[in-house]
Write a protein of this length. Structure first.
Length: 312
């Protein structure tokens, strides 16, 4: 039995289908379906199969458009038809999956302990007069004094003052339409601007992560070694579009942010990532390099709506 048939047999059996996807693979599936930066999640993961249809062929759909006029040329009739099964061979979808992915997550209950708001004034002239006795009469010297002191005042309200450079000040001037710092100081005299806010959060509570099911819909494509990456990317877009037309999508809670409503799941041999042309595996043992390549590929494929799974 070849790789593809072996995976399909395991998917067909309710007792073995969940074991097809390990934690590393399920993490890629979650990342393809949901914004994991907005809602941090972690292992252990689990796959739930509410519905699984094996061996689905998505017939191609062609759109035919036309029009005709009556003999008098006064009435025009438009025609638009969707023709199923016309054109290239049907898309092969090895399985349609509707269910959920169980993740571990900790509810966000961050508490602010301290709030500090700094609102510096752009009017640095009183500071110059106090240090020098009066404002310099030379415009260039006055501009230099104003610029130095304004930068220092803005940096004083920042947690990383060195990160605020002259280039940042120049962008600030352009943003407000000021010719130079002197123009800004004169225009903003008596006004407060450039506020900075510092927040300090309390230490997070020692709460254990709790399991949470996230609705999941996917079209599963099983491919053996030697598949064409370019062809499979194109197939995945077509398959996802066809799955949306078939109504495969499942509703998700409002408090989570989706990345893709339907995911194309690639199930490929783990040996696929023994190829040195996959980026990411530069150091370590053979197994470590394979894992690093798999992880790197899963990240960029997730952005394309593809969940990558490797099977040994």
């Amino acid at each position: 039995m070849d790789f593809v048939d072996g995976v399909l047999v395991r998917l067909a059996d309710p007792g073995t289908r969940a074991a097809v996807f390990d934690d590393a693979s399920l993490a890629h599936l979650v990342e393809a379906a949901y914004d994991t930066e907005a809602m941090p999640v972690g292992p252990p993961y689990a796959a739930v199969f509410d519905e699984l249809t094996l061996g689905f062929a998505a017939a191609p759909v062609a759109l035919a458009e036309g029009e005709w006029m009556d003999a008098a040329g006064t009435a025009r009739t438009e025609l638009r038809m969707r023709l199923h099964g016309v054109g290239p061979a049907p898309l092969r979808i090895d399985a349609l999956w509707r269910g959920s992915l169980v993740v571990r997550t900790t509810p966000a209950r961050d508490r602010v302990e301290d709030l500090d708001v700094a609102v510096p004034s752009f009017d640095v002239d009183p500071e110059i007069e106090a240090d020098l006795g009066s404002l310099p009469t030379d415009p260039a010297q006055l501009e230099a004094e104003r610029r130095t002191r304004l930068v220092g005042r803005l940096r004083a309200g920042l947690h990383q003052p060195a990160a605020f450079t002259d280039a940042h000040l120049d962008r600030l001037l352009v943003g407000v339409g000021a010719v130079d710092v002197s123009d800004l100081v004169v225009r903003m005299r008596g006004q407060a601007a450039g506020a900075t806010v510092r927040l300090r959060y309390a230490a997070p509570p020692a709460a254990a992560p709790t399991p949470r099911p996230l609705p999941f819909a996917a079209a599963v494509l099983v491919r053996d070694k030697g598949f064409s990456l370019a062809d499979l990317l194109v197939e995945s877009r077509l398959v996802r579009a066809r799955a949306e037309e078939l109504g495969l999508d499942v509703a998700a809670p409002e408090d989570v942010r989706r990345r893709h409503r339907i995911v194309a799941v690639w199930v490929v041999p783990a040996e696929t990532f023994d190829d040195d042309d996959w980026p990411g595996g530069d150091t370590g043992s053979d197994a470590q390099r394979r894992a690093a390549r798999f992880a790197r590929a899963g990240q960029w494929l997730a952005r394309e709506g593809i969940g990558l799974a490797a099977v040994t």
